[in-house]
Design a protein. Structure first.
Length: 228
């Protein structure tokens, strides 16, 4: 890779940001990072981010990349080795299931914003159904296709991370009947790049965020934390 200055603009909780950081760490790429407050976006960020979203990657101060999938693929392409399969069909297959992962993130947002238990349960069932589909195709471990860690794994690590917090404070047991997903989740949790993608106080920050949603999950968290 030719020497470039890479500057990632991030938010402490964003799962799309985590994908980019996991890719940077997996490929041992030097970068700097700045967290911004999405509730109070700085003017310089509004000018640089066409969609107003993180992550964005500033390359050599003169080029801004946006959309995590684009950022991850760029980082992968400009460094040795690849976190994508080389075969075109397999690569397309991975991209398709990466998109599926983004759909799960939308469902997770629906889950923590659901206003009552009925809609919460419905969305949780939908999430379990989606992971049921993954259970059919994921390898027996450790990662999606087996021994090798791919970009696809970088996408699912932040997804599973939500459930570590959900399960600490609620009775959710999303993966109870999904043994292969459980193995995958556990391998991702132990991966160094995955651990480096968030701050140590991530669980506390996520709980604070979830409690502020004024949702059914906020109520569950308040009840659980008060009972501790
Ligand atoms: N498709 C985008 C999604 C990024 C995204 O939704 N980022 C959220 C934070 S997790 C964001 O910046 N939201 C701010 C907003 O929409 O105003 C990607 O993959 O980069």
């Amino acid at each position: 890779m030719k020497q470039q200055s890479l500057h990632l603009v991030t938010h402490i909780l964003c799962p799309y940001v985590q994908r980019s950081i996991i890719t940077l760490e997996e490929k041992s790429i030097a970068y700097t990072r700045v967290d911004i407050d999405l509730a109070n976006k700085p003017d310089w960020f509004k000018q640089k981010s066409p969609m107003g979203r993180v992550p964005i990657l500033l390359v050599d101060e003169n080029r801004t990349l946006f959309e995590s999938a684009v950022i991850c693929e760029y980082l992968d392409e400009v460094t040795a080795g690849s976190l994508h399969p080389s075969d075109s069909l397999e690569k397309a297959y991975h991209r398709a299931w990466i998109e599926f992962g983004s759909g799960i993130l939308q469902s997770i947002s629906g889950l923590y914003n659901a206003k009552d238990s009925a809609s919460f349960d419905k969305i949780h069932e939908e999430i379990q159904r989606k992971f049921g589909m993954l259970e059919e195709i994921v390898s027996g471990g450790p990662f999606f296709t087996g021994e090798q860690f791919h970009l696809l794994d970088a996408v699912y690590a932040p997804i599973f991370r939500y459930f570590d917090v959900f399960e600490s404070y609620t009775n959710l047991n999303t993966f109870a009947d999904l043994p292969k997903c459980q193995i995958w989740r556990s391998a991702l949790r132990q991966r160094r790049s995955v651990q480096l993608a968030v701050a140590e106080n991530y669980p506390d920050l996520l709980v604070q965020f979830l409690k502020s949603r004024d949702s059914y999950m906020s109520q569950l968290l308040v009840t659980e934390i008060n009972n501790d």
